[in-house]
Design a protein around this ligand. Structure first.
Ligand code: IPE
Ligand code: IPE
Ligand code: MG
Length: 229
């Protein structure tokens, strides 16, 4: 069983287009898939899961589409009992400062409401970018050096890991990207150094719990050497 599954929830737009529907319908369908997959992952005992909900690059999309994604996010956040009943601990990673006040308040509420959950930890990556995360980590480390709390020679890989949003969590060992794209799109670039990848042509709204099971079975057959023999 992977310890930390990271998913790039991609293909909502194409899913809608194929059905002659607006892209927004694809995002709504993708949101339902997200809930079903998170519930399933928790049920089968996945300890950590991180999903890519909105990247630092996604602001390039038409404002109507961005608004629609934020609205779906608000609906999801308002339904905080989602996490309570499921015993899922939810956390948000990314540059959250620039989000609107209502979303920020809801995020706080939901993180607080689920903080004692003992099931899966679910990170929702929102306005997340791997490079942005590394720039922030670099600044944080520099400030600690400037203040004298840390010396340059003390900086090691752990220092960097501890300065990321995912501090304290195991690195993702399994990254799933549906929709037929073969790239990371600025996702967890430090953390994915030794992750296994699983790609599929399935569009995210069509992704089913059995697809997750299949991916996890494949993961079980991977030979992970970490540079050894
Ligand atoms: C992923 O689906 C959702 C977000 C990026 C928010 P897309 O909207 O990227 O779907 P495609 O790639 O256009 O099909
Ligand atoms: C990655 O998907 C981001 C999310 C799924 C939130 P994109 O659709 O934005 O990625 P690109 O543009 O195909 O690389
Ligand atoms: Mg896409």
């Amino acid at each position: 069983m992977p310890q930390h599954i990271a998913i790039i929830m991609d293909g909502n737009g194409r899913w809608a287009k194929r059905r002659g529907m607006p892209r927004t319908a694809g995002h709504a369908a993708g949101a339902s898939t997200f809930k079903a997959i998170a519930r399933h992952a928790n049920k089968i005992g996945v300890p950590f899961m991180t999903v890519y909900a909105f990247s630092t690059e996604n602001w390039k999309r038409p404002p109507e589409e961005v608004d629609n994604i934020m609205k779906l996010l608000k609906d999801y956040l308002k339904d905080a009992k989602n996490f309570k009943d499921e015993n899922i601990k939810v956390r948000f990673i990314g540059n959250l400062e620039v989000l609107d006040e209502e979303i920020k308040a809801l995020i706080k509420e939901d993180e607080e409401a689920s903080k004692d959950a003992t099931g899966m930890t679910l990170n929702i990556a929102l306005n997340y970018g791997g490079r942005d995360e590394l720039v922030r980590a670099t600044k944080e480390i520099c400030k600690r050096v400037q203040s004298g709390a840390l010396s340059v020679d003390e900086i090691d890989e752990q220092t960097v890991s501890d300065s990321l949003y995912t501090a304290g969590q195991p690195d993702p060992d399994f990254i799933i990207r549906p929709s037929g794209e073969y790239r990371l799109s600025n996702y967890l670039i430090w953390q994915s150094a030794y992750a296994e990848f699983w790609f599929s042509d399935i569009l995210w709204p069509d992704f089913k719990p059995r697809d997750l099971d299949r991916a996890i079975r494949d993961f079980g057959h991977r030979n992970r050497r970490f540079g050894g023999v």
